[in-house]
Every structure is written in structure tokens, then in C-alpha cells.
Design a protein around this ligand. Structure first.
Ligand SMILES: C[S@@+](CC[C@H](N)C(=O)[O-])C[C@H]1O[C@@H](n2cnc3c(N)ncnc32)[C@H](O)[C@@H]1O
Length: 276
């Protein structure tokens, strides 16, 4: 991991376990609001995911829509390596990946196959990535610039203001309080969801160009997230700057929660779609 990605070890690209989990993401159910927009694209259109991680969603889109070109970029080199390997293994040739910073998206236009970032993309979207960048407004402005006139930007970002787990125990309660605070300390914005409308206007879109503002919430239940919660977050908590007794409390809480058959954890996401 590079110094740049260190900041992001908060939630996303900090461990192989997290990368593997993200590789299972798909158009449905993770970004279902994108499907009707992609369905309407003519052949030859370009779709780009900013902060694509290990490429689960981009690969799925490329396979469902072989007539489109799909681009994925991410600041985490290891994620990009995984994405490229998965596409090569699947023999999918209409998807390309590049390593870079969303806040300087335009610099990737010089990379072979990424020229569309120079204002030629039909859709530029992100899923749970902009909150991790060092400058969320800069990233959204760059996404807007990458869109062609009448191109679509689509953002889906979480908001941990309503972050809950059930059943709760003292360690889980501490973890729910601590996790967003750790994100803030690393320069991420765990409360980005509620600010998306404001940022999209600040990025130059008008109210008339905003096509959708909605909220979604996937309730994750224990078997889906058990390894990530216990091992991934446990590892993160061990490395965090926290009092030893708090680390112990949280790790025990995560382990206890992971044994509950009825365990669930969730926070909502805000979706904003706008047309240039
Ligand atoms: C929670 S993951 C989501 C990955 C992917 N969008 C998905 O849903 O599977 C967040 C991703 O944002 C990436 N990221 C964070 N800061 C970034 C930046 N400045 N530029 C590009 N990607 C960034 C991380 O490396 C990570 O892969």
C-alpha cells in the first residue's frame, strides 16, 4: 500500500479481506439505480467508475453490456491489480483499469484507452468511494469534467449518521461510535451522503440537471459480513490509535456479535444522479 492509500485503510482498501469482499459487488444489488441509465446507452458508449476497487461492479457491467466500453480507476494499486486479473481470467476485453487519484482524474486521460476522461464519458459514477478521497468536491468536479455534454454523473455514498447493528453489546456500541470517528481522523467523510446534494450544486450542476435524489439501505446480515467484521475490522481496530481497553472491548464485541444468528448491521446511502 502506498502512502496515498494509507488514508483509505479506514474502510476500503486496507486489507486483502476487504478487497476480496468488494470483488463480489455487482450492478445488482449494489448500484441498481444505474441499470435503467445504462440500458439506454447506444453501442460504443463509455461508462467509468471512479474508485472502482477490485472491479466487481465494472466487470459485471462490462459482461452484461459487451457493446459498451467500461473504465475503472482507483487509488489503490493492489485493487487495480486484482481487477485486471479478474477481467483477464474472465476473458472480458471491453473493460480497462488504471491506477490514479479521483481528485486528479483528468491526468488519467493520457493513459492508453482512457482518453474518454477528457470530457468523452457517457456515464461517470462512483459507489462508496468519494467519501474516502482527500477532497470530495474536487473529485466530483473532475467527474463532471470527464462527462460529455448530456453525460450522466451518478454518486452513491454512505452516511454513518445512522449506523446501527443488532444485537448490540457494549463492544459493538463502542465500535459503532468509534468507526466513523476513525474515518474522520483519516481525512475521509463518513457523513458524505447528506452532503451530496450540496456538493453536486457546488460542482456546477443546477437543480434542473439533478434527476434523482434518493436513499437506499442494504441490511447486511451476519453470514455475509462475518469474516469482514471480525477479521477485517478487528485488524483495523488493533492498528488504530485507541486505548488498549477500548480495542479489547471492541474486538470482543465484534466476536460476540458474529456468533449471533440474527446479527445485522447497516447504514444508509444517498444516491444523486445529474445530467451535464
Ligand atoms: C469502499 S471501496 C468501494 C470500491 C468499489 N466502488 C465497490 O463498490 O466495490 C472505496 C474505494 O475508493 C478508493 N479510493 C479512495 N480514495 C480514492 C481516490 N482519491 N481516488 C480513487 N479511488 C479512491 C479506495 O481505494 C477503494 O477501492
Amino acid at each position: 500500500m502506498t502512502a496515498e492509500t494509507q488514508q483509505d485503510s479506514w474502510m476500503a482498501s486496507g486489507s486483502d479481506l476487504m478487497r476480496k469482499a468488494m470483488q463480489n459487488r455487482r450492478l445488482l444489488p449494489d448500484v441498481p439505480h444505474m441499470k435503467p441509465i445504462i440500458d439506454n446507452l447506444p453501442a460504443g458508449s463509455v461508462v467509468c467508475e471512479v474508485g472502482c476497487g477490485p472491479g466487481g461492479i465494472t466487470l459485471d457491467i462490462a459482461q452484461r453490456y459487451p457493446q459498451l466500453t467500461v473504465l475503472g480507476m482507483d487509488i489503490d494499486e493492489d485493487s487495480i491489480k486484482l481487477a485486471k486479473a479478474a477481467a483477464a481470467k474472465a476473458g472480458t476485453t471491453n473493460v480497462r483499469y488504471a491506477h490514479g487519484d479521483a481528485c486528479a482524474l483528468e491526468t488519467l486521460a493520457a493513459v492508453g484507452g482512457f482518453g474518454a476522461l477528457n470530457g468523452g464519458c457517457d456515464i461517470v459514477y462512483s459507489h462508496a468511494a468519494i467519501m474516502h478521497t482527500s477532497d470530495q468536491l474536487a473529485a466530483i468536479k473532475q467527474m463532471r469534467s470527464a462527462c460529455k455534454p448530456s453525460g450522466t454523473i451518478s454518486l452513491k455514498e454512505g452516511d454513518m449518521g445512522l449506523f446501527f447493528a443488532y444485537p448490540e453489546n457494549p463492544g459493538m456500541k463502542k465500535w459503532l461510535e468509534t468507526f466513523p470517528v476513525l474515518g474522520l481522523s483519516k481525512g475521509a467523510d463518513p457523513y458524505l451522503g447528506r452532503k451530496l446534494m450540496s456538493l453536486i450544486l457546488a460542482a456546477g450542476y443546477t437543480h434542473a440537471q439533478i434527476k434523482d435524489v434518493s436513499m437506499s439501505g442494504q441490511m447486511q446480515w451476519r453470514p455475509q459480513v462475518k469474516p469482514g467484521m471480525v477479521m477485517g475490522f478487528g485488524q483495523m481496530i488493533k492498528q488504530a490509535e485507541l486505548a488498549e481497553e477500548d480495542k479489547k472491548l471492541i474486538i470482543e464485541g465484534l466476536e460476540e456479535w458474529s456468533k449471533c444468528e440474527d446479527g445485522v448491521v447497516s447504514f444508509p446511502s444517498v444516491i444523486v444522479t445529474a445530467v451535464k
